[in-house]
Design a protein. Structure first.
Length: 236
């Protein structure tokens, strides 16, 4: 642990490593440089498969935050912004269900998975109410978070899935950065198989991205190199 890293942050990273493995990510590592950026992720996970030939099925980026102040940008109108974001998120969720039911062709994928949200593309019917809701929600998120790492990584499609990992209660679910899933630890629940490791629960699901195969491969190589260095340190 570095001098600047708190114990809570280290514990969150350990919990994230175990959660990622439980979800099928067989290559995981901490402090991995994200391809095509100057950022490092707290945790990265890659799921590989040999079925039909070697392939990387999916990748995930995890950012761990132990305190509300680490996440939100200072603003004189934070409370007002949060109230409005909550209203807009409820409206968006309702429209997602409505559009997804009545216009199944608008979904950007033919598959439905439990671990992420299949986004709806409203441009096919020109739903102005939905588009205006998204525009205002994105504007408020930029006001709250600034042009942060969260926004940039999602826009760059840095991985298939993006997760924010927190101590439960430091933010409300609708405050999570747009497109990011939310994992939380309530400090009281530990992993059933590893008593020293906190158990994380999924609060909200991430939106599925489509990184290129080369970006997935770079992520796998980066995670593998970091994991190898950590193993070497542990045995020397």
């Amino acid at each position: 642990m570095s001098r600047s890293e708190s114990l809570n942050h280290l514990v969150l990273k350990s919990a994230t490593l175990r959660w990622a493995q439980d979800q099928g990510f067989d290559v995981v590592a901490t402090e991995v440089r994200i391809p095509g950026s100057g950022y490092r992720a707290d945790v990265v996970g890659c799921e590989t498969s040999l079925r039909g030939g070697p392939q990387i099925r999916r990748s995930a980026v995890f950012e761990c935050k132990q305190a509300r102040s680490d996440l939100l940008k200072d603003s004189r109108s934070v409370q007002k912004t949060l109230v409005r974001m909550g209203e807009l998120q409820q409206r968006k969720s309702g429209l997602d269900r409505l559009l997804g039911t009545h216009y199944p062709s608008l979904r950007t994928s033919d598959e439905l998975f439990n671990e992420f949200v299949v986004p709806v593309d409203p441009s096919g019917i020109g739903h102005e109410g939905y588009k205006s809701t998204l525009r205002e929600l994105e504007k408020l998120q930029r006001r709250l978070f600034g042009k942060t790492k969260f926004d940039k990584l999602f826009q760059w499609q840095s991985a298939d899935l993006h997760y924010l990992v927190i101590l439960e209660g430091i933010i409300e679910p609708f405050e999570a950065p747009s497109g990011w899933g939310l994992l939380a630890w309530d400090r009281k629940t530990m992993h059933p198989e590893f008593p020293s490791v906190p158990h994380l629960k999924a609060v909200t699901l991430p939106t599925k991205c489509e990184p290129t195969d080369s970006r997935r491969l770079e992520m796998l190589i980066g995670a593998s190199r970091v994991a190898t260095r950590e193993m070497n340190r542990s045995i020397t």
